[in-house]
Each structure stands twice: as structure tokens, then as C-alpha cells.
Design a protein around this ligand. Sequence first.
Ligand code: ADP
Ligand code: MG
Length: 263
Amino acid sequence: METAEQGFIQIFQVSKAYDTLDGHTKKAPYVLENVNLKINKGEFHILLGPSGCGKSTLLSLIAGYIPKSGGSIRVDGKEISKPGEDRGVVFQNADSAIFPWLTVRGNVEFGLKIKGIRSRERHSISSQYITLVGLEEHVKKYPNELSGGMKQRLQIARSLANDSEILIMDEPFGALDAHNRRLMQIELVKIWKQTKKTIIFVTHDITEAILLGQRISIMSKSPEATIYKIYDVGLNYPRNVTSKGFNELFEKVQGHFDYGQHI
Ligand SMILES: Nc1ncnc2c1ncn2[C@@H]1O[C@H](COP(=O)(O)OP(=O)(O)O)[C@@H](O)[C@H]1O
Ligand SMILES: [Mg+2]
């Protein structure tokens, strides 16, 4: 029997098939098959794989949004079956995640309000995280007044204010231009260092994976996708593409994309 200390998040033999429309008559294909992964507390972990391989499906399972078809997912020793405050999700499309009728502060305080935290304390918690993500000059703005990068900062602040131990991020910078993506990557590493959160970050971008992660899990193609290789990045932060060892790792990882998809 595994103990929680050996892996804060434990994914064991996880499989997922979405239901087909005709239900019983046709067996649904397995998007994920026998995925195994252990993530340590405070780790910055990357899930890397080609488009359509099942990255979002795996994140949705960890977030508790959809039921798994087999296997087990535990956080801190407890089986996951539904969403929880321990896991905050940052989506690529911020517009579907943040409330357009609430200001920056209103969005960050939303969960705190539901929990019944009083106004003064809410204000102090939200101020702390709004400042941490660099939105302090924009507290009174509504989402439609924010840039793409600012909306992603807002999603991150909201998860942190809710005290989520785990940040689950699904290609959060995928819609940003190259300059803002780089700025957000640098910011995220800073936020991770300051808050010591556990981050599971999905990307299909090898450079982004190596710039951010302590470990990188590489997924094979769907159907029956699985994690077939895990790299320890082992480069010091802050990183950039000229960091020693960057190219070497890039080529290794890219090798899997070129030749390794079907193993
Ligand atoms: N709700 C759903 N119902 C049926 N099939 C789905 C659903 N969501 C995703 N899929 C299928 O599962 C596979 C993996 O999708 P996804 O997890 O979104 O991949 P990724 O995030 O890596 O691009 C794809 O073939 C996709 O069409
Ligand atoms: Mg996806």
C-alpha cells in the first residue's frame, strides 16, 4: 500500500472512455489507458503531448469534473470524485471561467464570499493575491477591460485566494502573443516559488515545458494515450532558452514527438 508521502497526487492505472451517443451498441474508444503518475507536494509538473492526445481529459479527471472509467486518483491519500477547493483550475479560455459582471476584486472574492468570509477579511485576502499577480492597479476593472494576460493573472489570483493547494493549468498562456506568454511564464515561476503550490501545467509547447517544469511527463497519442516518459528537467530557475542544457533536453524531448508516439 502506497502512502501519501510518496506522492501528493497519485494517479494509478487511470483510463477514460467518453460515452458514445448510441450508448451500449458500440464500445466507446479509450482516450486514456492505464495512466500512472505521482506528483509531489510543491512540484511544478508539466503534461506535454500533441493536440488531441487527452491532456485536457486527464486534467478534467484530476479536477474532478468528469468520472474516470477505471483506476484511481488520490490527492493527499483521498480518492477524487468531484471538484474541490484543494484544486484550482486555470483555463486557456478565461472568458468561460471568470464572471464578466464582476470586477477584478469581485472575481477574486467570489469564492470567499460563498464561504461566508466577512468583507474586511475578504478584502485583505484578495488584495494580497491581486498584488501578487500584479493586478493592483486594475482592481476596479471588469473583465472586458482586461488584456488576455491580465485575465490569466486574474484566474491565478482567484485560485490562490481560494487557498487551492493545487493549481491545474490547461494551456493557460496558449492564446497569448509570444511576448506576453514569456512575461506570464516568468511571473508564474515567481508565483510558484512564493506560494509553494503544486502545479500541474498542460502544454503542447516543448520550449514552454522546459522553461517551467521540474519534471515533464510526455503523453502518447490518443486513443489509449498514456504517459510513457518522464524527464527531470534539472535546470536552475530562472531559465531561458540559452540556459545550459536547454537545447540538449529540447532535442531529447522532440525526439519523442518525431518518433516515439506509438510506443
Ligand atoms: N466530451 C467529450 N466527449 C467525447 N470525446 C471527447 C470529449 N472531450 C474530448 N474528447 C476526445 O478525447 C480526445 C482527447 O481530447 P482532449 O483531452 O481535449 O485532448 P488535448 O487536451 O490533449 O488536446 C480527443 O479525441 C477528443 O475528441
Ligand atoms: Mg486540451
